[in-house]
Design a protein around this ligand. Sequence first.
Ligand code: FES
Length: 105
Amino acid sequence: MAYVRVCGLSELEEDTPKRVEVDGTPISLVRTCDEVFAIYDICSHANVSLAEGEVDDCHVECWLHGSRFDLRSGKPDALPATRPVPVYPVKIEGDDVLVSLSQES
Ligand code: FES
C-alpha cells in the first residue's frame, strides 16, 4: 500500500504521541529514540488510546493497566496485554511524515 502523508515532522514533539488516522485506521505517531514510529492506536487489551500513554525507552505504556508496547515490534512486555498491536512502516521525506498501512511483521 502506498505511503500517505500524515503530518509534518516539526509537528511531532519528542516523546509525545500524536494520534492520526489513515483511511479510518487510528494510529499513534511517536517521535523517540531518534526515529518516528507508527503503532495502531488501540491497546490490544481494551479500547484505550495508546496516544494517551507515556513514552519511555522506545516503548509506549498503556495508561489504563500499564502494559508497555515496543514501538519497533508492537509486542507487549508486561501483562495484562498479551497480544501485539500492529506497527506500520514510516518514511520521512523532508518535513513530511509518511505512513503505509501495510504492516511490518
Ligand atoms: S487497556 Fe491497555 S493494558 Fe489494559
